[in-house]
Design a protein around this ligand. Structure first.
Ligand SMILES: C[S@@+](CC[C@H](N)C(=O)[O-])C[C@H]1O[C@@H](n2cnc3c(N)ncnc32)[C@H](O)[C@@H]1O
Length: 206
């Protein structure tokens, strides 16, 4: 089920500034080589992330779930001087694909790819995060949230993708619904669920 009328999606995409040709190439090659294209953040959500990074000027970004590298590269393009991204991906084939594109991009050297379960990577990483993008296994979202919240910078932001699970959150109980309820009931944070693509939640400290 589409969250938004496909004609409106098409309109929004047509009037959103397109990404650079490398991301278009990445998307096409993802479809041909890896499949699973609905996993890609795509041009609208990618541009949204890029604008958040441009505005927030985060020095440290954590991405949980990198797939073929689209969202990491979209964010990397807007990072301020000295900013970097730690990107977590469990699947070595997807990670190798993403790394190939990081190597081709002028912004790719700002991204460090960690291959393995994100929970273990987060434990190994040191310091605070200014921006965390959660976009991996939906069953893991509550755990990722609990792991990163104590390490979120004072003015940090968590962005969680697929908050609407194709609209199934309304009538069904997809794993993301538990996460949405968990955050909504948490007095430590303030959140807004936006209907960008499949739903993106922005979360900050209360
Ligand atoms: C929705 S895709 C990410 C899409 C990506 N952010 C983009 O813009 O194209 C989710 C990814 O999370 C990865 N993943 C799933 N479980 C994981 C885990 N425990 N640790 C790290 N990555 C995981 C999957 O292999 C998959 O590539």
């Amino acid at each position: 089920m589409d969250v938004i009328d496909p004609r409106i999606e098409e309109y929004v995409e047509r009037l959103t500034t397109p990404h650079d040709p490398l991301l278009a190439e990445l998307s096409a090659e993802t479809a041909a080589e890896l499949g699973h294209t609905p996993m890609l953040t795509g041009p609208v959500a990618g541009r949204f992330l890029e604008l958040l990074v441009w505005f927030g000027r985060p020095q440290r970004v954590l991405e949980i779930g990198t797939f073929s590298g689209h969202s990491a590269l979209a964010m990397a393009a807007a990072l301020p001087e000295g900013g970097r991204i730690d990107a977590c991906e469990i699947d070595p084939e997807r990670a190798a694909f993403a790394q190939r594109y990081f190597d081709r991009s002028p912004h790719g050297s700002k991204i460090t790819l960690h291959i393995g379960p994100a929970g273990e990577t987060i434990e190994r990483l040191e310091g605070e995060f200014d921006l965390v993008f959660i976009d991996a296994d939906k069953e893991g979202y509550v755990g990722y949230y609990e792991a990163v919240l104590p390490r979120l910078a004072e003015r940090g932001l968590i962005v969680a993708d697929n908050a609407l699970a194709g609209g199934r959150v309304v009538d069904d109980s997809p794993p993301i619904a538990e996460f949405n309820e968990h955050v909504a009931a948490d007095p430590r944070t303030v959140q807004v669920i936006l209907s960008v693509r499949d739903g993106m939640t922005l979360i900050r400290r209360a």
